[in-house]
Design a protein around this ligand. Sequence first.
Ligand SMILES: NC(=O)c1ccc[n+]([C@@H]2O[C@H](COP(=O)([O-])OP(=O)(O)OC[C@H]3O[C@@H](n4cnc5c(N)ncnc54)[C@H](O)[C@@H]3O)[C@@H](O)[C@H]2O)c1
Length: 382
Amino acid sequence: MTREIGELRAGVVGTGFIGAVHVEALRRLGVEVIGVVGSSPERARAKRLGPVVESYEQLLADERVDVVHLTTPNQLHYPQVKQAIDAGKHVVCEKPLAVISDQSAELLRLAVERGVVHCTNFNIRFYPQVQQARALVLGGELGAVWNVHGGYLQDWLLLPTDWNWRLEPEKGGGLRAVGDIGSHWLDLVQFVSGLRVESLLADLATTIPVRRRPAGEVETFAAAEDIEREDAAMTTEDMAHVLLRFEGGARGSLVVSQVSAGRKNSLRFQVDGSKGALAWDSERNEELWRGYRGRPNETLLRDPALFAPEAAPRTTLPAGHAEGFAETFKELYRAVYSAVAEGGPPVVNPDYPTFADGHWENVLGDAVALSNRERRWVEVTS
Ligand SMILES: NC(=O)c1ccc[n+]([C@@H]2O[C@H](COP(=O)([O-])OP(=O)(O)OC[C@H]3O[C@@H](n4cnc5c(N)ncnc54)[C@H](O)[C@@H]3O)[C@@H](O)[C@H]2O)c1
């Protein structure tokens, strides 16, 4: 049965920083948000995101809900995704899909068995210039890819008083900077290059071994001054350096940090090939740099009229009218909800990141942790 995207209905779980972005993107697509669920109905109501459903179980029991979005702290993804699949809902889950690969493997298996549409929220793939970069690389414009390098740097955990649930392994998982933002970078460069990581060597560092934890709850990016605090020993990494080998022999390197002053949310990558290079920076997301040996370099400003046919449909506004972070969610959900409207996941090559991609990131995360622990190269096998 084929439906229109505008006939579909969603429920969103988690009403923090990214839950609000999900709700807004869905509304822009014409998807009705039947209800949001927070850690308590009172807290959810205070966010004014839309109708509040009293409990997750109540949301799952509502037959009008086609798709459930999970935007809760990482450790809740596994049990909540399981419940959603069990209720027969299509699922969009924020990254990381789970905190260990045994759990993500199970979620992938269950989603496939139940036949639901499943998406891991690697929204950064949907920046128009990222789609353009992928079209150029896969179209052979760079020649043979031999080097993929860059990083993901932030500064919001620079100070010992900076605090968030991500610092607590029982909520965020045992890998922090790598699980939280390194996972986006690794997913992205494999998407752009079309090459999978085969092996890696990781070196993790905790630059602030003891932080000052507030006595109460703090939401992501919330200012928290003049509050009671206590010492908390850190077990997760603030920073990581990872050397990569891709299938086919390409090499790569990645630096991840949540303690790099001045870098707010800077994801950068460069792909070097035998005929040319390209580079992209999320803080200048409308631009794509192309590097040449025998002629001047170029900077392409996002322009649907100048894009490859694969990338042009992923952007809406005319050139010079900036798009950004919020639009990546809208375009991701356009792809996911198209599959839902068609009645189920496509048989081959979904054009959105699935639980298979989320699981692969967990496998890579396990390899990063093992490599760091044993101070050696690790082959990545699923
Ligand atoms: N794709 C992206 O670019 C992106 C960006 C930020 C966060 N994320 C991911 O989104 C998730 C949430 O991150 P955030 O930054 O929005 O965190 P946040 O702390 O701002 O929000 C988390 C929300 O979950 C709610 N919550 C906690 N327990 C709950 C429960 N049992 N039931 C329902 N709600 C509950 C909290 O009250 C809060 O509103 C994380 O998994 C994170 O990795 C993804």
